[in-house]
Each structure stands twice: as C-alpha cells, then as structure tokens.
Ligand binder design. Structure first.
Ligand SMILES: [Zn+2]
Ligand SMILES: [Zn+2]
Length: 152
C-alpha cells in the first residue's frame, strides 16, 4: 500500500504526481473532443490527499496531439489541401490514410495555453507540400503553396 504524509515532502510529491497522471489519463479518456485541450485539468478528491485538495495536471501532450490530428482529418479529409493529392489513390492501399497535419500558425508562436481549433489551425498536407511549406519560417501558406505549383 502506498501512502503519503509520512515526512518526506519530495517523495510525497512524486507519489501525488504519479496518482494524478493516472487519474488524468482516465478522466481525459472520457472527455468529449472539445474539452480535451483545456489543460491543466482539475482532478478532485484523490485518495490520500487532504480534504478538498485539487491537483492541476498537464494533459498528456501526445494524447492531445493524437486527438487534434483525428479531429482535423475528420473535418478536412485526407486530400492534401495544397495540391489535392490523395496518397491512397496514388500509391494504393500501402498509403491509405497517409497524410501529414500541419499547424497553420506555428506551435512555437501560439504558446502552450493556446487551444487549437482543428477547423482553422490545422490543415492536411502531403509530405511534399509539407516539406516545401517549412522551407521558410514562418511557413508558406496553403494559398502560397498552391500559387507556386507548376502544371504537370
Ligand atoms: Zn500536396
Ligand atoms: Zn507543418
């Protein structure tokens, strides 16, 4: 049995972090899509904590990115927004579902508290267009990528 409040504050904090990360994972799994980016999440009433204690925890970033990607693809589809390429159509089943998701506004610019809107902030790009977009900083826009393409 694991316990806290036995004299070692640093050890207590590690234990609380462990509990809260587990509790947050189970809470986040149940949240609707819209709520998942509200971080940190409040996790009330964990066993072993003082009455009324609340802990703020960071939602696992990988899980958040995974959901944002899924939301962006559900909204925008799997075609490249800059060249209309469907990788599954071009290469067959081996490439089905293969597409990259690009942040229209660089993550480094918006900061960690920014709540990403998959509708306006994320865009599917094929690996070619995505690479070209990042040849400049800030990246080329989808319209700029379209404008620089040459006919076959
Ligand atoms: Zn493309
Ligand atoms: Zn990108």
């Amino acid at each position: 049995m694991l316990a806290i409040n036995q004299g070692d504050a640093a050890a207590d904090m590690r234990q609380i972090e462990l509990w809260s990360s587990r509790a947050a994972a189970s809470v986040v799994a149940l949240l609707p899509l819209q709520a998942q980016d509200r971080e940190p999440v409040e996790v009330p009433e964990l066993a072993g904590l003082p009455e009324g204690a609340k802990i703020r925890v960071e939602v696992n970033r990988y899980e958040r990115d995974r959901r944002n990607r899924a939301a962006a693809l559900a909204i925008h589809g799997y075609l490249c927004k800059a060249c209309d390429l469907d990788l599954g159509e071009r290469y067959g089943p081996a490439a089905a579902g293969l597409i990259e998701v690009h942040h229209v506004t660089p993550v480094s610019e918006v900061g960690p508290a920014y709540i990403i809107d998959p509708n306006t902030d994320l865009v599917p790009l094929c690996p070619n267009c995505h690479a070209v977009a990042h040849r400049r900083s800030p990246p080329f826009s989808v319209d700029e990528l379209r404008g620089m393409q040459r006919p076959d």
